[in-house]
Structures are given as structure tokens and as C-alpha cells.
Design a protein around this ligand. Structure first.
Ligand SMILES: NC(=O)c1ccc[n+]([C@@H]2O[C@H](COP(=O)([O-])OP(=O)(O)OC[C@H]3O[C@@H](n4cnc5c(N)ncnc54)[C@H](OP(=O)(O)O)[C@@H]3O)[C@@H](O)[C@H]2O)c1
Length: 330
């Protein structure tokens, strides 16, 4: 199944030109998106709680900062660019002031898809989800390029929801590469799946298991660190730039032969079954429910695991090794 792709040249409207975009949150995405939209000629305000630590930076960068009530009263587009688990709390604060044809915008489908938030029927609900971290969203824009974004429309009260999403995505710079027409459901479920199975959960567990295997077999921890963690970036960069085949062409024949022989022993039919189970829990809402329960109980699992990892051998040796090459840390 392939998606429709849009670029800057497909824009047929200029609806955002006369509108004010209110961005709630000034973290990784909030800051990057606000700067890109402003540099694209759009009017942007930042909305934060009165006690927010982000206020000085937003003001220093020249943004007008308003309250959550003001963002709903004064802005045409309201972008929820704060952690997903706090969307509902903030939505409940802005909801009483929402007006007809305002646009609620999300960069991840979680809170709408899992019905943490139920917007009133008289607003548009759209998604513009850049497929990259905030820093990349900004860096690519400044370099004259753009991060790919997925857009989606959940509610189209105004009749212009998709065009607004396209314009916003172009304002982020995504029209310079590609804007894929998707949905809250697909973005959310695939994003959670990849975080859990591949890019965060899977990779983290693979690195740790590899490191532990070498150290338990009596090899020096420094070598185990470089082989199992540090060099991940070298291979990831090759895969990112030109794909798996090209990565194999750039590594030695020994490495390629080892890749072919060993990969299937590590990721087995059981691993694939485990992935299907992870996907099933995402699709059924079981994962979302357990995450929201974690939030409601003040994150006991997250706090415990953070402490364990902080004190782990791989992190201790990592700190020492990165200290020898401070330029890798940012
Ligand atoms: N990070 C990514 O790479 C990425 C990529 C694509 C999409 N997204 C999506 O983009 C959205 C924002 O993610 P993010 O990573 O940019 O978040 P983030 O950096 O963690 O957001 C931090 C900002 O949110 C504010 N904030 C935190 N809790 C708040 C609350 N309860 N009420 C009001 N403001 C609050 C913080 O204010 P204080 O300074 O006062 O704490 C800060 O300004 C999420 O939906 C996420 O899924 C993220």
C-alpha cells in the first residue's frame, strides 16, 4: 500500500498566512517547529504554564509567550507540542475557550488515536508528524532542506483541514522533501511499534546483551563498549544514507559473512512472534493503557529502570570512554 506524496509545489492555498499559530510547549519539537514556522513567514506564539522553565528561552528567541487560556482565545491553530501523557491535562484547560473552526494540531497520534482527548465536533483535528527529532527538524530547515512529515486529518469541520496540515508541514520545511498523507492510527501504531521493537527497545536490549556477553566471557569492558555500542552509529549511518545492501558493501567480507550467518540466529521466529505480540498490544490499546497507568502512578517503572541503567557497567564505562572523545557528546 503506497501513500500519496506532496511537496511544496502541490500547495494550492495560503490559509495560514493570516492566521496565528499557538504552540503549546517549547521543548524538542516546540522550539524547532516554532523557529521554522516563523522563518517561513508565519505568525507564531508560544503557550506555556505560568511556572514553565521554558519561558525565558522562548522570550530570548523573540517569541511572545501567552497562557493556555490565551492560546485558545487568540490563536487559530493550536499545536500540542508537549509530552503526549500531558495532552489531556492541557486540553482540559483550553477546551472551555475553543471556538468554531479552530484547528487542533498534533505531531504524534497518541492522544487522539487512543481517545485520551475527545475534541468538540466544531474544530478541525490534524496531525503533522515530522519523522525526526526536533534538532533535525531545525538543522535540516536551516540547511535549506526538510524533514519528511506525515500528515493526517481526524476531523475536518472547516473543510480545509488537509490544506492547513499541508501548509503547516511546508512551513516546517517538509515540502522540500516529502509530505506523506497518512492517518493518526497508522502514524501512532507504527511509531510505537518501531520505538519498542527496533529503534529503542530492540536496539537497547541488543547492545546491552552483546556487551554483557563479551564482558561475562572475560573480555575488557572498554573493547566490549566500542564493539557493541560505539560502532552502532557507524553502521546506522551507512544504513541511513544508502540502505542495507550498501551497508554490506561498505563493511568487510568477514563482517558481511558474519552478518548473514549470525543475524538469523539472533532474530529468530520467536523474536518475530514477540514483535507481533508487541504490535497486538499496541493495536488493542493495552500498551497505551499501561503507559497512562504508569503516568497516573507517577512513573514508578520509568524511575526504577532509569536508576538501574544509570548505575550499570555499560553506562559507567561509556562515561569514561566518551570522556576521551568529548566531541561525540551533544
Ligand atoms: N521528540 C521527538 O523527537 C518527537 C518527534 C516527533 C514527534 N514528537 C511529538 O511531539 C510532541 C512534543 O514532544 P517533545 O519531545 O517536543 O516534548 P518535550 O521536549 O518533552 O516538551 C517539553 C515542553 O513541554 C512543556 N510541558 C511539559 N509538561 C507540560 C504540561 N503538563 N503542561 C504544559 N506544558 C508542559 C515543557 O515545559 P517546561 O519547560 O515548563 O517543563 C516544555 O516546554 C509529542 O506529541 C511527541 O510525541 C516528538
Amino acid at each position: 500500500m503506497s501513500l500519496t506524496i506532496y511537496t511544496q509545489k502541490d500547495l494550492t492555498t495560503s490559509l495560514l498566512k493570516d492566521k496565528t499559530i499557538g504552540i503549546i510547549g517549547f521543548g524538542a519539537q516546540g522550539k524547532a517547529q516554532a523557529l521554522n514556522l516563523r522563518d517561513s513567514g508565519l505568525k507564531v506564539k508560544i503557550a506555556l504554564k505560568s511556572v514553565s522553565k521554558s519561558i525565558p528561552l522562548a522570550q530570548e528567541l523573540g517569541f511572545e509567550v501567552c497562557t493556555l487560556q490565551e492560546v485558545a482565545q487568540e490563536c487559530d491553530v493550536i499545536a500540542f507540542l508537549l509530552p503526549d501523557e500531558w495532552h489531556k491535562q492541557v486540553f482540559d484547560e483550553v477546551a472551555p475557550y475553543l471556538k468554531r473552526n479552530q484547528v487542533l494540531l498534533f505531531s504524534h497520534g497518541f492522544s487522539i488515536h487512543f481517545k485520551e482527548i475527545t475534541p468538540p465536533p466544531f474544530v478541525d483535528v490534524i496531525m503533522v508528524a515530522p519523522k525526526g527529532a526536533g534538532k533535525a527538524v531545525r538543522d535540516e530547515y536551516v540547511a535549506g532542506r526538510g524533514i519528511v512529515s506525515l500528515i493526517g486529518v481526524e476531523q475536518n469541520h472547516s473543510g480545509e483541514a488537509k490544506n492547513i496540515a499541508l501548509e503547516y508541514a511546508c512551513g516546517l520545511g517538509s515540502g522540500r522533501s516529502a509530505i506523506f498523507e497518512s492517518s493518526f492510527k497508522d502514524e501512532c501504531e507504527c511509531d510505537l511499534f518501531s520505538e519498542q521493537s527496533v529503534i529503542c527497545g530492540g536496539l537497547d536490549a541488543l547492545i546491552r546483551a552483546g556487551f554483557e556477553t563479551l564482558v561475562e566471557a572475560g573480555y575488557p569492558e572498554e573493547i566490549a563498549y566500542f564493539e557493541c555500542l560505539h560502532e552502532v552509529k557507524l553502521v546506522a549511518d551507512l544504513i541511513y544514507a544508502n540502505g542495507l545492501q550498501s551497508m554490506r558493501e561498505h563493511i568487510s567480507n568477514t563482517a558481511e559473512f558474519g552478518d548473514i550467518m549470525a543475524g538469523k540466529q539472533i532474530i529468530t521466529a520467536e523474536s518475530k512472534e514477540a514483535m507481533r505480540e508487541i504490535l497486538r498490544k499496541i493495536q488493542s490499546g493495552e500498551f497505551a493503557k499501561s503507559f497512562l497507568k504508569e503516568r497516573d502512578t507517577h512513573f514508578p517503572k520509568l524511575r526504577r529502570e532509569r536508576k538501574i541503567l544509570q548505575k550499570s557497567q555499560i553506562e559507567e564505562v561509556g562515561k569514561k570512554m566518551r570522556g576521551l572523545m568529548p566531541w561525540v557528546t551533544h
